[in-house]
Design a protein. Structure first.
Length: 123
């Protein structure tokens, strides 16, 4: 078995080892390998730190998190995002503007059909 295969086989057991789910024989073999292999010890420590960091993500964000992020975006974008608007209706969604244009074009088309001549009169 090559060194890379051995490291890969040991790395497959890291999660079970950290959770305490390895059988005693496999745990002893892994610990024996870790005692002599700096690469696997380093990889195991990185996995421990990653799991620890992920566990911290379960904590609830502070109440000021979203307003702080919006404030930073507003500052960096020079007011283009999340700034207060002094328009009559505030921001109008693009979809509403599009719908209004389609309705206006439909009304114009229907009105123009009603006012256009439908027959040609002979002279």
């Amino acid at each position: 078995m090559t060194g890379g295969d051995l490291h890969a086989r040991m790395a497959e057991r890291f999660s079970a080892y950290l959770e305490g789910d390895l059988p005693a024989e496999e745990k002893a073999a892994l610990e024996g390998h870790l005692a002599t292999c700096i690469q696997c010890r380093t990889n195991l420590e990185q996995l421990r730190r990653t799991i620890s960091s992920l566990a911290k993500l379960k904590e609830k964000a502070p109440e000021t998190f979203l307003p702080d992020i919006q404030g930073q975006i507003n500052t960096r974008s020079r007011g283009r995002f999340f700034a207060k608007r002094w328009m009559l209706f505030g921001r109008i969604p693009f979809e509403w503007v599009s719908l209004a244009m389609i309705v206006a074009m439909l009304v114009y088309y229907l009105v123009s059909l009603q006012t256009s001549p439908t027959t040609v009169s002979p002279r």
